[in-house]
Design a protein around this ligand. Structure first.
Ligand SMILES: C=CC1=C(C)c2cc3[nH]c(cc4nc(cc5[nH]c(cc1n2)c(C)c5CCC(=O)O)C(CCC(=O)O)=C4C)c(C)c3C=C
Ligand SMILES: [Fe+2]
Ligand SMILES: [Fe+2]
Length: 345
């Protein structure tokens, strides 16, 4: 029997400092997130980051937490419920870190008799720190606990026409009747090293002005290329002219070089250069979360207005929009009917 597992990043169980610490410990000790040898990672994470960050992050989570819980979890649950109503196979939900765990999600399907699983990492663009770590853990759990299960993975959908349409329409709807001079596409950042590590050609990704526009097999796993491609295709769909939009990367951590330009500097620069009305969309996130609601919706907004901007419009993530639910359900049905996944890719 077939079934689907939707997998998102995860959140702490509550906004208590100890729960945030437990979540950050599991998240940041992942070798695909902080990709240094274990001993150094343990020193950085346990010896430095976990001493101060949980308190600060817990305060940030408190500002965005909903009565039902973490926005990311609540929105992912709503997505699962809505999708399951439209498809003929069971759909479970799991988080890479925290709860409901990947193990619990697989077990839920297994207990229903599912042995053929479609894994859907809820990330439009591939990254070692997101998609890859889900697939690695899922395979580890399969081997150990569910050896008769078989997995198929939904490929990154950063350029799929259905996804581009849903994202573009969500932008159109949010910005209709609003004035804006510049639309910023802000993606979660990653260290530059992650891009080089995922380069299957070992020589393509120079992280310069050219590589992401030069066709290469490396782009199948290049987060930076995939982000720029999402921007390009949405801009084409919306008919945006050059100069009206740009791409940036947010949420950096630590001292390594991370993908640039940075969102905070870009937002400040726009205000300082006289942009009065801006809009921002965050396509690396399918569900609204700490990084969109607090970092963009609160911090970036405040900074833009303080530096002279007048209007700051935030486009919500695609969350559980009906058109997105229908697209996901169609992809699942195509897989269940053994058609080629994302055949238009
Ligand atoms: C080295 C650190 C990090 C990498 C690499 C990274 C990549 C990455 N993350 C997301 C999506 C999300 N990240 C979120 C929170 C978050 N991310 C990091 C660090 C890295 N992320 C931290 C420390 C945190 C926790 C919050 C904080 O203390 O600032 C979230 C929000 C989770 C929530 O509960 O709301 C998401 C979603 C992507 C897509 C990505 C690489 C492409
Ligand atoms: Fe992150
Ligand atoms: Fe590139």
């Amino acid at each position: 029997m077939k079934g689907v597992l939707l997998v998102n990043l995860g959140s702490p169980d509550s906004t208590k400092v100890e729960d945030v610490k437990k979540y950050l410990d599991e998240f940041l000790m992942d070798e695909r997130v902080i990709d240094v040898p274990w001993i150094l990672r343990a020193f950085i994470v346990k010896g430095i980051i976990l001493r101060t960050r949980p308190k600060k992050s817990a305060e940030a989570y408190r500002k965005i937490w909903w009565d039902e819980g973490s926005p990311l979890i609540v929105l992912s649950r709503r997505l699962r419920e809505k999708v399951e109503e439209l498809v003929s196979v069971p759909v479970a939900l799991a988080m890479r870190y925290g709860n409901p765990s990947l193990e619990a999600g697989l077990k839920e399907l297994y207990d229903k008799g599912v042995t053929e699983v479609l894994l859907i990492p809820l990330y439009p663009q591939f990254a070692m720190a997101t998609t890859e770590t889900i697939l690695v853990l899922a395979e580890k759990l399969r081997k150990k606990l569910f050896p008769d299960m078989r997995f198929t993975t939904l490929p990154a959908f950063y350029n799929h026409p259905d996804y581009i349409r849903v994202l573009s329409v969500s932008i159109q709807e949010t910005l209709q009747n609003k004035d804006w001079e510049h639309l910023l596409f802000s993606y979660h950042g990653v260290p530059e090293r992650h891009i080089r590590k995922s380069d299957i050609t070992k020589s393509h990704c120079k992280i310069d002005g050219q590589c992401c526009n030069t066709p290469s097999p490396a782009h199948q796993f290049c987060y930076r290329h995939q982000c720029y491609e999402t921007t390009k295709q949405v801009a084409a769909y919306l008919g945006l002219k050059e100069g009206m939009y740009s791409t940036s990367f947010q949420s950096r951590l630590g001292k390594d070089p991370w993908l640039q330009p940075f969102t905070d500097k870009t937002v400040a620069g726009l205000a300082e250069n006289g942009t009065k009305k801006m809009a921002i969309v965050t396509p690396a996130f399918v569900s609204d979360c700490l990084e969109t609601l607090e970092e963009i919706g609160m911090e970036a907004r405040e900074d833009f207005l303080e530096k002279g901007g007048d209007e700051f419009h935030v486009v919500p993530c695609i969350n559980d929009r009906d058109d997105w639910v229908k697209v996901l359900a169609r992809w699942m049905d195509e897989w269940a009917k053994e058609e080629e996944l994302l055949a238009t890719n």
